[in-house]
Ligand binder design. Sequence first.
Ligand code: SAM
Length: 217
Amino acid sequence: MDDDALLAEQLAYYKAGAAEYDRQYAEYEGLRKLLAVVDELPIAGDVLELACGTGQWTSRLAPRARSVTAVDASAEVLALARARTAASPAVRFVQADLFAWRPPRRYDTVFFAFWLSHVPPARLPAFWNTVAAALAPGGKAIFVDNGPAIAAEEEVLADQPAPAVLRRLDDGSEYRVVKVFHDVRPLTDDLTALGWSVRIRSMAGDFIGVAEPPRPS
Ligand code: SAM
C-alpha cells in the first residue's frame, strides 16, 4: 500500500528509540494516572495485548488476567517488556507485524494502548475485523489513546500517505510516524457503523474505549 514506507519508518522509530521510550512514563503524571485506570477496566480471562511496547501496560494487565499474550514487532521493546514482566509467568510475548499477523485463537479481552492512533485510516476496517476475529463470544476490546488535544504537542506533517507527525530521538535522528488523533464522537460513530457496541470516555487529552464486536447473524 501507499503507506508501507511510512509504517516501516514508524517501526524503525520504536526500534531505535526503545531505550528512550519509558522516559515519558516517568515524566508525565497524566500518563501514570492513565495507567492506574487499568484497575477499573473490565479486563478478564485470556488477554491479547497489541503493540505492547516496553510492557508498561502488560505488567498491569497480568494481575487481572488468566494469561496475557503481548504482541509487538520490535525485538528491542520486547526485551524491555520481558524484563518488566519477568515475575509474571502468565505473560508470553510474540514478535510480529500487526499489519500482517492474524490471531491464532480467541481471547476474552483485546487491549491496545496508543496503537489505534498509529493505524492508518485506510487500514482501520481491516484492523477492527482482526480485533473482532480475536475476541471470544462475550469478549471486549479495550483501548487507550491520545485525543485531538495532544496534536498541539506534536510536529504534524502535511502531505503524507496517512496523517503523520515527526518524532526525534536523542541522537537527533528523525522519523515519520502515523498519528491519527481520533475524536471520541466520530470514532464512536465509525465503530457503531461497523456494528460494534462502544463506550468511549475522555480523560484529560486522552480517551479510553470499551467495545464489543458485531454479533454474528
Ligand atoms: N502499548 C505501549 C504503550 O502504550 O506504552 C506501546 C505503544 S507505542 C506508541 C507503539 C508500539 O507499536 C511500539 O512498541 C512499536 O514497536 C509498535 N509497533 C510499531 N509498528 C508495529 C507493527 N507494524 N506491528 C507491531 N507493533 C508495531
